[in-house]
Design a protein around this ligand. Structure first.
Ligand code: SAM
Ligand code: SF4
Length: 330
């Protein structure tokens, strides 16, 4: 599926729920979301059908996300069912890790190997503050469990927030000296209502990189970012066991190589995270649309994929994107 800007669209991120067992201040309002009624959330059979059709149109990689994917009942069985789609070469998961200790083995059996875990602080009190009540011990036990179970790579996502975790950058980076994690720093984006919280808290990855380079030479891990089709610039501290990634959607947007589509929890296809332009798949599917019709709608979404997101990103604030991250699928 080559779009009009010559990008090969082969990656689908799927939000299986907009609900979450945390309330990160930069992502959710404190009362939570759950704006999507029970009937409006796609059923697993519907998601499976859409992914099958998308695979027929050229999707080879799927990431399961949310909201928190592990809070939706039956998610491991659903993930296992994706193995029936021969075109898929890569099925991965993004999670906050709170339920990982319980689910790690079942996820492994279901076929997941690549896992991203969000952890914005290494300090228990700060973690509880940013997540509005999360227990860091649960996440740390989850991380231990995924390593024991054999997942690889294990990536740890940190959203860099000025005045919150900028004093922990070196502690995170040092973890890669002894552990085979990929520690990834993500620039804060101002999205939806929670975006108001984010104003003025954005921290550019260039500043983080500068701090980390005081620990040693950052060696580029050649070609990895591009081979993954991923947006991260990846480095290793000389002699380190793990890697350090920088994902810079604000200061260095990667729209020119963006290969993604997003299936929202309420069944819409979104070609750009930061544009509210969506194509409804759920309506046509529930009205009995056949695979050909749904395939054409997928192509329509790709045809509308913008060249790049709004210019205002450069100021660290992204306008116009009114949907919250958990529903879209971060
Ligand atoms: N609940 C899971 C988790 O936290 O990993 C999966 C969904 S979450 C929306 C996916 C990723 O998006 C997380 O790494 C989270 O930190 C990131 N994220 C959420 N809001 C963000 C924002 N405003 N700017 C940058 N990253 C954000
Ligand atoms: Fe939940 Fe993930 Fe958003 Fe935090 S970042 S509120 S864990 S969906």
């Amino acid at each position: 599926m080559i779009d009009r800007y010559n990008r090969d669209i082969n990656y689908l991120r799927v939000s299986v729920t907009d609900r979450c067992n945390l309330r990160c201040t930069y992502c959710m309002p404190k009362e939570g979301l759950s704006r999507i009624g029970h009937d409006d959330i796609l059923k697993y059979e519907e998601i499976l059908q859409i992914i099958k059709i998308a695979a027929g149109e050229g999707i080879t990689k799927v990431r399961i996300t949310g909201g928190e994917p592990l809070v939706r009942r039956g998610v491991t069985e659903f993930i296992a069912s994706l193995r029936t789609i021969p075109e898929l070469t890569d099925i991965s998961l993004t999670t906050n890790g709170i339920l990982l200790e319980t689910y790690a083995e079942r996820l492994f059996e279901a076929g997941i190997r690549r896992i991203n875990i969000s952890l914005d602080s290494l300090n228990a009190d700060k973690y509880a503050k940013i997540t509005r009540g999360g227990d860091i011990q649960a996440v740390l036990q989850g991380i231990r469990k995924v390593r024991e179970t054999g997942f690889s790579p294990v990536k740890i996502n940190i959203v860099a927030i000025k005045g919150f975790n900028d004093d922990e950058i070196l502690d995170f980076a040092r973890l890669t000296l002894d552990h085979p994690y990929q520690i990834r720093f993500i620039e804060l984006m101002a999205l939806g209502e929670a975006g108001i919280e984010n104003n003025g808290r954005y921290l550019a990855n260039s500043a983080i990189r500068e701090q980390i380079s005081t620990l040693g030479t950052l060696q580029a891990v050649n070609g990895r970012g591009s081979k993954d089709g991923g947006p991260a610039q990846i480095y290793r501290l000389a002699g380190g066991a793990g890697e350090i990634g920088f994902i810079s959607p604000v200061s260095r947007h990667f729209c020119h190589s963006c290969n993604r589509l997003r299936l929202t929890a309420d069944g819409h296809l979104r070609a750009c995270l930061l544009s509210d332009d969506e194509v409804d798949l759920k309506g046509p599917l529930r009205r009995g649309g056949d695979n050909k019709e749904i395939g054409e709608l997928i192509q329509k979404a790709i045809a509308r994929k913008p060249r790049q997101h709004q210019e205002s990103c450069n100021e660290g604030h992204i306008k116009k994107c009114m949907k919250e991250m958990p529903a879209i699928g971060g």
